[in-house]
Design a protein around this ligand. Structure first.
Ligand code: PMP
Length: 356
């Protein structure tokens, strides 16, 4: 056969997720940790991986890792589910709470994967745009109005806090109000919470509709390994168990993540350095003519600059890869720079000064 039937109609017009990950001297585009895992930890990881039986399927639920995460959060393992990166758990959220006839409340501009997952699962999307003139703060009143009352169609929402790619975290008081106002599932995506020092963990017990998403990809330097997790009510976690791929977290990743989690205190100085550099970058960017730096609680800074697409190319030609949002809806004219090492940040600022 030299032909193949058309795929599902819902793929029409879809483009595959493209992180635009190009080789560069300074990789400042994907919100990764600029510091890789230390040599000492690598040795511990090697020892742990040596114990892995490659011929056996992994523990489907990664229970050892689950227990470690649960204990650190003052919870039982039934409150925790580990996934193949946060991305898998985001997709599982759409599978379990979305679907035909169901509605997802989205707060764009935000992580584009949320809307893509809704589309793939035939979930309706209700958009409540963030406030562009208030540094992309959430339109809290509009959100509360949309979810309140028995007529609300919203089945679930995902709120990134801090919000990627804009930077602000959500206000805790607002999130509490939202959780109280609706029985929709409210996922608070805390992929970057280590840089904002704010978590909804204290509100888990009181709110069955709260799920918290976390990842090993950012503060813990494991973007290449693919481990994330959610914290939630055991009844909610049980629903996720119905849609997940049984062996999505391989045994090697489980072993690596266990070592990293046991030694997570080692990452604190690096996190503090990123927070300090974020503030330095924000200040330096804001001092440049024509540049607006959006306040960030995360490990990046979004900024607007005249001729952003040309500036992106100039930076890239100088060996510095940042993320180009210059034509993204609601983000026109902006670029996002991930906080790197002080040297990388200096190289970025020097290259940028030559472009404007
Ligand atoms: N949530 C947000 C807001 C993100 O930016 C990312 C990473 N780009 C993720 C979740 C998922 O990260 P991972 O799959 O690496 O855990």
């Amino acid at each position: 056969m030299d032909r193949v039937r058309r795929p599902s109609a819902k793929l029409e017009g879809l483009t595959p997720y493209d992180p635009k990950y190009l080789p560069a001297d300074a990789m400042l585009s994907a919100n990764e940790n600029p510091r890789d895992v230390s040599e000492e930890l690598r040795q511990k990881i090697e020892a742990a991986v040596r114990e892995v039986a490659f011929n056996r399927y992994p523990d489907p639920l990664a229970n050892d890792l689950r227990d470690a995460i649960a204990e650190a959060n003052g919870l039982d393992r039934e409150h925790v589910l580990v996934g193949n990166g946060g991305d898998e758990l985001l997709f599982n959220t759409a599978l379990a709470w979305g679907g035909p006839g169901r509605t997802f409340l989205n707060l764009p501009p935000t992580f584009s994967v949320y809307a893509a997952n809704a589309r793939l699962t035939d979930t309706d999307v209700l958009d409540i745009p963030r406030l562009a003139d208030q540094d992309f703060a959430i339109d809290e009143e509009a959100v509360l109005r949309a979810v309140s009352g028995p007529d609300s169609q919203v089945d679930f929402t995902i709120i990134a806090s801090p919000n990627n790619p804009t930077g602000l975290r959500a206000r805790m008081e607002f999130l509490q109000e939202l959780l109280a106002a609706t029985d929709a599932l409210v996922m608070v995506d805390e992929a970057y919470f280590e840089f904002s020092r704010q978590t909804m963990r204290p509100h888990l017990e009181a709110n069955k509709n709260l799920v918290i998403l976390r990842t090993f990809s950012k503060a813990f330097s494991l973007a290449g390994v693919r481990v994330g997790y959610i914290l939630g009510h055991p009844d909610v976690i049980r629903e996720y168990l119905k849609v997940r791929q049984p062996y999505s977290v391989d045994a090697v990743s489980q072993a690596i993540a266990r070592v990293i989690y046991q030694n997570r205190a080692e990452f604190e100085p690096g996190i503090n350095a990123i927070i300090a550099e974020r503030e330095r970058l924000t200040g330096a960017l804001g001092a440049l003519p024509g540049v607006h730096a959006y306040p960030s609680h995360a490990n990046w800074v979004l900024f607007s600059v005249p001729e952003a697409a040309r500036v992106w190319q100039g930076l890239y030609d100088a060996g510095i890869l940042v993320r180009d949002f210059s034509t993204a809806p609601g983000l026109e004219g902006t670029l996002r720079v991930t906080v790197g090492t002080p040297e990388e940040n200096d190289a970025f600022l020097n290259a940028l000064r030559k472009e404007i």
